[in-house]
Unconditional design. Structure first.
Length: 135
């Protein structure tokens, strides 16, 4: 289906460069922004998904529009966890022990749930996603 996520053989990219393919992918993800849903699971912690195409939810992290959506809600910044392939967990940095809370949730997901992606806690620095050093 046109809206599915799939790999593409190099012969099908029509001579596009990796830069052009990345730009096209980002444009496609940006088009999904109206379908982004936020569920606050407790104060300062939210889950973000792309409704109807949850598998692309982590790709939102690549877009400036997603970060612009977070900025007004989390003025001091956020920590990010993507333990599953279908959502993004966002933790307000103002939460006491935000890193430990994120780590606890990631550990629980990895113990109890399928469809795993990453055990790391991330934050965005200078426009790039970086692993947070454990304290």
């Amino acid at each position: 289906a046109e809206e599915s996520l799939s790999s593409v053989p190099i012969s099908d990219v029509g001579g596009r460069s990796l830069v052009q393919l990345r730009q096209l992918a980002l444009e496609n993800i940006d088009k999904q922004m109206p379908r982004v849903r936020q569920e606050e699971i407790r104060e300062g912690i939210s889950i973000f998904t792309v409704e109807g195409d949850e598998a692309i939810s982590p790709a939102l992290l690549l877009t400036e529009k997603f970060w612009a959506l977070l900025e007004p809600q989390f003025p001091n910044g956020v920590l990010i966890a993507i333990p599953r392939r279908d959502s993004i967990l966002v933790f307000d940095k103002r939460l006491p022990n935000a890193v430990q809370i994120a780590r606890t949730l990631i550990t629980k997901v990895f113990r109890d749930e399928p469809d795993l992606l990453s055990e790391y806690v991330f934050e965005r620095r200078d426009g790039t996603l970086q692993v947070v050093a454990e304290q």
